[in-house]
Design a protein around this ligand. Sequence first.
Ligand SMILES: [Mg+2]
Length: 171
Amino acid sequence: MTSASERPLLFLDVDGPLIPFGSSAGDSEAVAASPTTVDQGNPLLARLDPGTGARLIALGCHLVWATTWMEEANEVVAPRIGLPRLPVLEWPDADAAGAPRGLHWKTRPMVEWAAGRPFVWVDDEISAMDRHWVDAAHPGPSLLHQVDPAKGLQDADFQALAGWLDAVPPR
Ligand SMILES: [Mg+2]
């Protein structure tokens, strides 16, 4: 039995992976809505798949929000997809000096949080710079998994995540 502290981390984005942007022209107005204006009537929330939480939990990771929704992910997203309240990756201090141009704001805080533990990052905005940074700064296994924001998390994504997690050596 693996204890909770030994499970891999999974950093989870909202916009794109959980709320797909879609491709029809009629969706553009909804996509432009700010998460900070979220309420019961926000059309973005209708795009959440209620079954996603169970599938994420089944991966057996320690889930962490990594999204500009911040604490609102716990308030309005988690209940709609069957997730409990999760810890939230904090926006880094403004003095993020030393971070190269093009590095995602999430990348360095994730590596620091993981502190060498295996981690997965599920996002639609992963660049080559992020991959280079993680390769250089993170001594443990990592999977930076890019999701197609037009579709959101699909069966193939869950299969890829589960396959990688199955292959992670136990600590
Ligand atoms: Mg996103």
